[in-house]
Design a protein around this ligand. Structure first.
Ligand code: URP
Ligand code: ZN
Ligand code: ZN
Ligand code: ZN
Length: 464
């Protein structure tokens, strides 16, 4: 058995902060004790955590490695994307296996296994994306829940691509109420948005900034409201992904106060960037095209407030990178052809830590939003997302004083721009352990493709 001690750090979980030492045996956390008690421990290796926070590895519950979109693929593979995640202190991702339209969900899951297995640097799970709900798919959902794929995303946007109508959504929710799955919703009224897109293009309005205008916040709120009502009728829980608008937060807040199992997620891009980025000179606004879109700055206050009150429970990245050169370019003459998505899997912990420094959230809430809540939400807790005896030894030694400037020059994501280029943040993951193995060692990468394991997830834990 191999034993490692993490000595001298401040251990932070969602509920506690203690000066304590952590004992790791093989791939698990074995014990946490005061330095006085831990003095008796023996080990093969000692990691000095003086001046560091000792936090659980980040859990990013929303990534899209190699995702097909509009004739191209997200530029991070599972190999490059999970390596970048590790650099940023994230040790678990949950990616989305897409049911190809007209094909089975099983085919989507097999395609995703083929992309991810033997390539990931960190542990990974899958959600399913339902793009064609019928009797067969509903049966497949039951089988996949038994295989640890316990959550399924649906789209009220993108008619003709991933779109599901209200009847399909209701049926999938009814099934989820039965089989214990969690439905994740992309809540935007895609039918109305497509009308506004057509009208804009017909009027010759083709620049990236029109992406932000046609995807109106009320069309996010309307879809959020509708998804909530459908989930109430079906008696199933609901998780709304990438919430960006004040009005949508209000819908989620109301449902939660009425006692419904409705949860919301937001992403760093909505907390730190605004719709003004879409108006950047030249075609640079294309870098910031994602859906839901970036919003006017006023929306940020509502998102931060909801993160404090737990009306939004998770911050994940929706990491879906497309290079500016050659990929975002596809929409140079038509904003609706710009591949939707932004990079960020490497930057999430640091951006949120910077919000801790700024006094927006506490250190414990930082850990909860980025590690513990997503692990609980998606059936990985307490294996992931916390530091406790028996948990996987996914641990980050985090330097709360390090200054860094986010930049494409220094990041590890396989994309030719950084959405936060030039932004100075305080904090950085120094040492990262995944199941007891040091994979990032103060500026040196020691991971390898294929060491990450597929995670068979339990039913979604916030609900049980
Ligand atoms: O623009 C985005 N968010 N692209 C990724 C797919 C999705 O809708 O999450
Ligand atoms: Zn989405
Ligand atoms: Zn509330
Ligand atoms: Zn997404």
């Amino acid at each position: 058995m191999s034993r490692t001690i993490i000595r001298g750090g401040l251990v932070i979980t969602a509920t506690e902060e203690t000066e304590a030492d952590v004992l790791i045996e093989d791939d698990k956390i074995a014990a946490i004790a005061t330095p006085a008690l831990a003095r008796e421990w023996t080990a093969d290796a000692v990691l000095d955590a003086t001046g560091r926070y000792v936090i659980p590895g980040g859990v990013d519950a929303h990534t899209h490695m190699e995702m097909p979109f509009g004739g191209t693929y997200a530029s991070d593979t599972f190999e490059t994307g999970t390596r970048a995640a590790a650099w940023g202190g994230t040790t678990t991702i949950i990616d989305f296996a897409i049911q190809p339209v007209g094909r089975t969900l099983r085919e989507g899951v097999e395609t995703w296994h083929a992309k991810a297995d033997d390539r990931c640097a960190i542990d990974y799970g899958f959600h399913g994306i339902l793009s064609d709900v019928g009797d067969g798919v509903l049966k497949e959902m039951d089988a996949l829940v038994g295989e640890g794929i316990t959550s399924f995303k649906m789209f009220m946007a993108y008619p003709g691509v991933f779109y599901s109508d209200d009847g399909q959504i209701l049926r999938a929710m009814q099934r989820a109420a039965d089989n214990g799955a969690l439905i994740m919703m992309h809540a935007e009224n895609g039918i109305a948005i497509d009308v506004l897109v057509r009208q804009a293009l017909d009027a010759g309005l083709t620049d990236p900034k029109h992406h932000g205008r046609v995807r109106h916040p009320l069309l996010e709120a309307e879809a959020t409201h509708r998804a909530i009502q459908l989930s109430k009728v079906a008696g199933s829980p609901l998780y709304v992904v990438h919430v960006s608008a004040t009005e949508s937060v209000a819908e989620i807040t109301r449902a939660r106060h009425e006692g419904h199992n409705v949860f919301g997620e937001t992403c760093p891009q909505y907390l730190f960037l605004t719709v003004d980025e879409l108006d950047a000179p030249g075609f640079d606004g294309a870098k910031y095209v994602c859906s839901t879109p970036l919003r006017p700055v006023e929306h940020q206050a509502a998102l931060w407030r909801a993160l404090r009150t737990d009306d939004l429970s998770v911050v994940s990245t929706d990491h879906c990178p497309f290079c500016f050169a050659g990929q975002k370019d596809l929409g140079r003459d038509d904003f609706s052809k710009i591949p939707n998505g932004m990079p960020g899997v490497e930057n999430r912990l640091d951006l949120l830590h910077d919000a801790v420094v700024a006094g927006r959230i506490s250190r414990r809430r930082w850990v909860e939003l980025a590690c513990t809540a997503p692990a609980r939400m998606f059936g990985l807790h307490p294996r992931k997302g916390t530091i406790a005896p028996g948990s996987d030894a996914d641990v980050v030694l985090y330097d709360p004083d390090a200054e860094q400037v986010l930049s494409a020059e220094t990041h590890h994501m396989n994309v030719d721009y950084n959405a936060y280029e030039g932004r100075r943040v305080i904090g950085r993951a120094r040492t990262v352990l995944s199941r007891g193995e040091v994979i990032v060692d103060d500026g040196e990468y020691r991971g390898r493709p294929g060491r990450g394991r597929f995670l068979h997830r339990d039913a979604c834990g916030y609900l049980t």
